[in-house]
Design a protein around this ligand. Structure first.
Ligand code: GLN
Length: 284
C-alpha cells in the first residue's frame, strides 16, 4: 500500500458519501494529519510502499477512522480540531462554529478602519474575530462575550495561544454578560446566529447536524439578534462608536432598516469574496 493509494481510496469513500467538491482536498488533509506529515513529505513519498511497522499501522488506522468520520459528514475542521482564519490556526470543536472565510471580510474592514480603540465582540464563538483583531490590529482593549460556556473555553484557549493576556472574556446573554461598569466601547463587532430557523433543515449535513444550533439559529426571520443588539447597544457604544455586523447574504436591507429605526445610519455594506453582502457597518 502506498500513500497515493490510501489517498485515492479515501477520496473515493468521501465521494460515495456525497462529499463532492471537497473530497480530494479533505482526503489529503486527513492523510497528512493521520501520518503527521507535511505536503512536501507526502509529495516526495507518495509512491513508496508504506513500511510494515507499528507507526504506519497506527497512522493507517487513524486515517481510516478519520475518513469514516468525514463520511458521516462531520466537518473536516472538527475532525482535525483546528481551522485556519486570518492566517492563524484556531482550535475548533463541536461547541463553536467553524470560522468561515466570509467572516474575514468583517475582520479586514475593522482592521482598515479602527486604531487604538476599545472593542467588544459579541457571540465570539471560537474567538476568531476578537483574537485575529488582537493579533493583527492595535486595539487598546478587547472584550468578548458568548452565551455558551463551552464556546468560551475554546475562545480562551485560542486567545492564550495567539494573544496571551490581551483579551477579557465574559459569559452571558449579549450585553448582560458584561459587568455593570458603565464602560463604553468604540467598536462593537458581532457575527450572531442569523439563519432563519426554518432554513437550517435545508443546510448541508455538516452544518445542520454537527455545528452548534445555538450559533446558527437567528429565530423565525433570522434577524432576532440584530434587533436585540441594536435596541440594547445604546448604553454600551461610545458616542462616535461603530457596530460591525456580519449578516446573511440577503439581510443587508432588513438589518439596515432595523438599524435606522433604532437611530443608526449605515456607513457602508461590504461584500464577501463570493460577491454577497456580508458586512454592515453602522454608527449613530
Ligand atoms: N455563515 C454561516 C453559515 O452560512 C452562519 C453564520 C451565522 O449564523 N452567524 O453557515
Amino acid at each position: 500500500m502506498t500513500l497515493l493509494e490510501l489517498y485515492t481510496e479515501g477520496r473515493d469513500r468521501l465521494e460515495a458519501a456525497g462529499i463532492l467538491t471537497d473530497a480530494a482536498i479533505d482526503a489529503r488533509e486527513l492523510l497528512l494529519a493521520a501520518f503527521s506529515m507535511s505536503m512536501t513529505q507526502y509529495l516526495l513519498n507518495r509512491d513508496r510502499e508504506l513500511p510494515d511497522d507499528q507507526a504506519s499501522q497506527t497512522a493507517w488506522e487513524r486515517y481510516q477512522d478519520m475518513i469514516g468520520q468525514r463520511s458521516r459528514r462531520i466537518p473536516l475542521q472538527q475532525i482535525l480540531g483546528k481551522a485556519e482564519f486570518m492566517g492563524l490556526e484556531f482550535e475548533i470543536d463541536n461547541q463553536v462554529l467553524v470560522p468561515r472565510q466570509d467572516t474575514e471580510t468583517l475582520v479586514e474592514q475593522v482592521l482598515a478602519d479602527c486604531h487604538g480603540l476599545s472593542m467588544l465582540d459579541l457571540c465570539t464563538g471560537s474567538g476568531c474575530i476578537a483574537v485575529s483583531l488582537a493579533v493583527h490590529g492595535d486595539f487598546a482593549k478587547i472584550t468578548a462575550t458568548d452565551l455558551s460556556d463551552g464556546a468560551l473555553q475554546v475562545a480562551k484557549r485560542n486567545a492564550e495561544r495567539h494573544a496571551p493576556g490581551r483579551l477579557v472574556f465574559y459569559q452571558g446573554d449579549l450585553f448582560d454578560a458584561l459587568p455593570e461598569s458603565g464602560e463604553k466601547y468604540d467598536v462593537i463587532t458581532a457575527n450572531p446566529p442569523y439563519i432563519p430557523t426554518d432554513v437550517i433543515g435545508g443546510l448541508e449535513p455538516e452544518v445542520k447536524i454537527y455545528e452548534p444550533r445555538l450559533a446558527l439559529d437567528g429565530h423565525e426571520d433570522g434577524l432576532y439578534f440584530y434587533r436585540r443588539i441594536l435596541s440594547e447597544a445604546g448604553d454600551y457604544l461610545a458616542p462616535d462608536g461603530r457596530i460591525y455586523f456580519e449578516i446573511g447574504y440577503d439581510q443587508a436591507e432588513p438589518v439596515t432598516a432595523i438599524a435606522k429605526a433604532e437611530g443608526y445610519r449605515t456607513v457602508r455594506t461590504c461584500r464577501d469574496l463570493a460577491g454577497n453582502d456580508r458586512v454592515v457597518i453602522l454608527e449613530r
